[in-house]
Design a protein around this ligand. Structure first.
Ligand code: S6P
Ligand code: ZN
Length: 187
């Protein structure tokens, strides 16, 4: 097994400022890619009429597939708000629903919104904090600070991403700034 792993996948060096790993491609999500995610559609359209900023980017490291193997993504989520709602990731279930994930916060400060069919919960993610995302749980990352939130998400190689399920029902809760602090509100 070991001899099937490329040297560049065995150890990587990353930058906290850009979350880049060398010249590896990053999946980039701009404001226009997040239509339907933010609750305040008027504020979304107004912001998009002015600019289409980069909200987040992820570099995936996928050394090997197969039973027992792990993949990880290095993500950077920039600070900002649409209306009162903080910048966020699209969010997803794993296609293989039992697949859990561990998020390791590297820098910045934020939250993860976790939802299953019955419950919505917030968990702190940032420098010095980790989040365990159980299987069968939709997860979204939210930057509540004023600097980029950088994190690793480590998941089984067979997890896959299901964006459709969450795009059709959306998260039931939103995280907005209220009285200068993050607040979990109904959508
Ligand atoms: C993958 C893991 C992360 C996300 C990243 C971007 O399972 O949860 O690497 O892909 O945070 O979020 P999203 O919802 O656009 O994939
Ligand atoms: Zn995930």
């Amino acid at each position: 097994m070991l001899n099937t792993i490329l040297p560049e996948d065995l150890s990587v060096t990353y930058g906290l400022d850009s979350a880049r790993i060398g010249s590896r491609p990053m999946v980039e999500r701009r404001l226009a890619d997040l239509r339907g995610c933010f609750a305040d559609e008027g504020a979304y359209d107004a912001a998009l009429a002015v600019a289409n900023p980069l909200l987040y980017a992820v570099t995936a490291v996928e050394p090997s597939a197969g039973d027992g193997q792990l993949h990880y993504g290095l993500g950077i989520l920039y600070p900002g708000k649409i209306g009162q709602e903080y910048f966020l990731t699209k969010g997803h279930y794993h296609s293989y629903r039992p697949a859990a994930e561990i998020y390791v916060g590297l820098s910045g400060s934020g939250l993860m919104l976790l939802e299953d069919e019955g419950e919505s919960r917030l968990a702190t993610l940032g420098k010095n904090s980790c989040v365990y995302v159980p299987g069968h749980t939709a997860h979204r990352t939210i930057n509540t600070g004023d600097v980029p939130l950088v994190y690793l998400g480590i998941y089984p190689s067979n997890a896959g991403h299901d964006y459709g399920a969450i795009a059709s029902r959306n998260f039931r809760k939103i995280v907005v700034e209220r009285d200068g602090a993050p607040f979990l509100a109904d959508r």
